[in-house]
Write a protein that binds this ligand. Structure first.
Ligand SMILES: [Zn+2]
Ligand SMILES: [Zn+2]
Length: 283
């Protein structure tokens, strides 16, 4: 029976490939969902130059995205201060990066969950510069229950901290109930399952998306923070104490409003520190 299922699956896949071959999400060339050439030319953020607090590219010396605590700007908009202690993002939200996220969320290409998980793992490990085309094409074909962590075999000379050693759990920003209904799946939950398998971190389903919020894309910065405030709560089936050190993942960091609202719930629930990791960063 098992063999038959396997043969059936291989056959179905090859028929589907003949009728409609897989094409690269970025350049449309037939082959992988992301071809090696596009994978290696993604707009990677150099973490060694990024702001250590919010992950903004080139913000290491002076960050314009997260005002220093106590500064005039921070006092003026205290509701916009990030509650997560640190943040990292892998890609600048442009070109191929944009296409990956959009095609995964709204283009029905679910295999991109493996690509997004790989990109998130690179940021969690602090090893983006070692992220190469071989890794990507390899992980596209690895089933979720047989994940290995490519970064263990890559160059280990990075000076950046590996956050998977710091964290005690992995959490994700859940999609709104209407988005789950529309897509039939929670896009970050799928990715989180893969990231957890690769990093060995326990996946904690800690958050639920509470109420309908306006589409963040239509709002300005201040409005985004107000819109997101109170939009998450602790999942009702959360049993036992909240993990102390949480890596919170999401697809895109725009203003940080969504990650702030979600982090605040985790911190209020008893987490000691939250670090945010996203696949992309609007810049
Ligand atoms: Zn391509
Ligand atoms: Zn910053």
């Amino acid at each position: 029976m098992h063999d038959f299922n396997h043969i059936y699956k291989v056959l179905a896949t090859s028929i589907l490939e003949t009728i409609s071959p897989t094409r690269c999400v970025a350049c449309d060339v037939p082959g992988d969902v992301l071809c090696p050439s596009c994978a290696s030319s993604l707009p990677f953020i150099d973490l060694s130059l990024a702001c250590p607090r919010c992950g903004a590219p080139y913000g290491r010396a002076l960050c314009t995205e997260c005002p220093m605590p106590g500064s005039e700007e921070a006092l003026l908009h205290p509701e916009e201060a990030f509650p997560f202690a640190r943040a990292r993002a892998t890609l600048s939200f442009e070109g191929g990066a944009k296409k990956i996220i959009r095609t995964y969320k709204d283009g029905d290409e679910l295999r991109l969950d493996a690509v997004i998980a790989s990109l998130l793992c690179a940021a969690i490990r602090g090893r983006m510069r070692q992220f190469g085309q071989t890794h990507l094409s390899h992980f596209l074909t690895v089933p979720v229950d047989n994940e290995t962590d490519w970064s263990d075999t890559s160059v280990s000379s990075s000076a950046l901290e590996d956050w998977s050693h710091w964290a005690s759990a992995l959490a994700y920003v859940p999609a709104s109930p209407e988005a789950v209904r529309r897509r039939d799946f929670d896009h970050m939950e799928r990715v989180a399952i893969r990231v957890a398998a690769r990093t060995g971190l326990p996946l904690a389903h800690l958050l639920t998306s509470e109420r309908k919020t306006h589409d963040q894309r239509e709002l300005g910065r201040g409005e985004r923070f107000a819109n997101r405030n109170g939009s998450f709560s602790l999942a009702v089936d959360t049993t036992g104490p909240i993990p102390r050190r949480i890596i919170l993942i999401d697809d895109v960091f725009t203003t940080g409003a969504t990650l702030s609202a979600a982090s605040r719930v985790l911190l209020d629930g008893g987490a000691e520190e939250v670090r945010a990791v996203t696949c992309c960063r609007v810049w």
